[in-house]
Design a protein around this ligand. Structure first.
Ligand code: FAD
Ligand code: PHB
Length: 391
């Protein structure tokens, strides 16, 4: 089998890359370990930055997104018995976020690729990228019981944090930076209308809580829990009671509850591998970096990477120029590190830390008061949250 760009992983990064390359006349094959049904049902991120929405709309993927996505012009920070609104329309005029589930983006991308005759092979195993330090890389894989080789000009490692592409790069090439957090998020998807028009990020001595949503009928919640938390120890009644305790802290506000559709623990980690390229292998999205979800950035960063990569590959196919390909890692890493800082900062600002003494807690509270009370500090949060235009 032969293609121009062999893509490992049919998450948002791999699928969007395949779509962007197709629009530039470049052929690709996507190899995915899971089934189509599995990747379309995997519940993850929910917030799209303005730039991500612009990319999806400009490339013909805006149909359902513009119809069903919920455009939000602010978020709420809740602490100390009060609500504080970060008003995007005032702080970052013309920019907003759109609440639209990652699995909806994935569904739209798969439908677009298939409609365009794109090749996505689901349920492949034994994926083995090789030869990417030469001009003739290839990817070995097994599909429907048959061992095959995909020959290509470039390999895009879009196979997430636990994928095979990053580990295939020889030892000593990459420098990895990481940070683990002493907590995880216990996420619930529930069939209940949101209790708020906008997302609520709640700081509470009992731990952080987030009220998000997916649609006018479905809400998404997260609770800060221990990193090794067992979902089984959180029956629905306990979950709702804890959410109430952390969220119902302002007068007159009540949490609506409903049937729980899904409950899952998500670990919190920061990670960056540098550079994001080795020879003809390019890493994009979670394969190269991950952030804790507090800043809602993982999916958006993946979309940014593949936008840069698609443009660089298009330049190479147009006239053999390598300038943009050579700049790929540096261009992405500037944004990656800005987002690393913002995600770490939001996480540190909003969570409860076990080791904190009275002094640490007062510093944290002062920081929260400053972020909400100062127009400059609010604007800094807002511009990072909706997505910086200049990095
Ligand atoms: P992925 O979505 O991980 O896609 C990688 C794909 O590669 C997967 O389909 C995988 O099956 C496939 N793959 C892996 N290994 C192989 C292999 N060997 N061969 C073939 N295919 C392979 N971000 C937020 O902003 N908010 C959130 O609430 C949030 N929640 C999250 C919850 C969880 C449990 C996780 C893991 C992530 C969450 N994220 C969240 C992060 C966000 O979802 C990711 O940043 C985003 O999915 C990155 O997209 P990606 O395409 O780079 O990687
Ligand atoms: C979500 O809706 O899943 C979501 C929203 C905001 C975040 C993280 C996750 O910061």
């Amino acid at each position: 089998m032969r293609t121009q760009v062999g893509i490992v992983g049919a998450g948002p990064a791999g699928l969007l890359l395949s779509h962007l390359l197709h629009l530039r006349g470049i052929d690709s094959v996507v190899l995915e370990a899971h089934s189509r049904d599995y990747v379309q049902k995997r519940v993850r991120a929910g917030v799209l930055e303005q730039g991500t929405v612009d990319t999806l709309v400009a490339t013909g993927l805006g149909d359902r997104l513009l119809r069903e996505g919920l455009v939000h012009h602010g978020i709420e920070l809740r602490f100390g018995g009060q609500s504080h609104r970060i008003a995007f329309e005032k702080l970052v005029p013309g920019r907003a976020i759109t609440v639209y589930g990652q699995q909806e983006v994935v569904k739209d991308l798969i439908a677009a690729r298939i409609a365009a005759g794109g090749r996505i092979l689901f349920e492949v195993s034994g994926v083995a990228p090789t030869g990417f330090d030469t001009a003739h890389p290839s990817i070995g894989f097994t599909h429907a019981g048959l061992r095959q080789t995909l020959e290509c000009d470039f390999i895009a490692g879009c196979d997430g944090f636990h994928g095979v592409c990053r580990p295939a790069i020889p030892d000593g090439v990459l420098t990895c930076y990481d940070r683990e957090y002493p907590f995880a998020w216990l996420g619930v998807l529930a069939e209940v209308p949101p209790s708020s028009e906008e997302l609520i990020y709640a700081h509470n001595d009992r731990g952080f809580a987030l009220h998000s949503m997916r649609s006018p009928e479905v809400s998404r919640f997260y609770l800060q829990v221990a990193p090794d938390e067992d979902v089984a120890s959180w029956p629905d009644e306990r979950y709702w009671a804890e959410l109430r305790a952390r969220l119902e802290t302002v007068p007159g506000w009540h949490l609506r509850t409903g049937p729980v559709l899904e409950k899952v623990v998500a670990p919190m980690r920061s990670f960056v591998a540098e550079p994001m390229r080795y020879g003809r292998m390019y890493l994009a999205g979670d394969a190269a970096h991950i952030v804790p979800p507090t800043g809602a950035k993982g999916l958006n960063l993946a979309a940014f990477d593949v936008g840069v990569l698609a443009q660089a590959l298009a330049a190479w196919y147009a006239d053999g120029s390598t300038g943009l390909l050579d700049a790929y890692s540096g261009t992405c890493l500037r944004r990656v590190w800005r987002v690393q800082h913002f995600s770490w900062w939001m996480t540190t600002l909003l969570h409860a830390f076990d080791g904190y003494d009275g002094y640490d807690r007062r510093l944290q509270r002062s920081h929260l008061d400053y972020v909400c009370g100062s127009a400059a500090a609010s604007a800094s949060l807002a511009e990072n949250y909706v997505g910086l235009a200049h990095v």
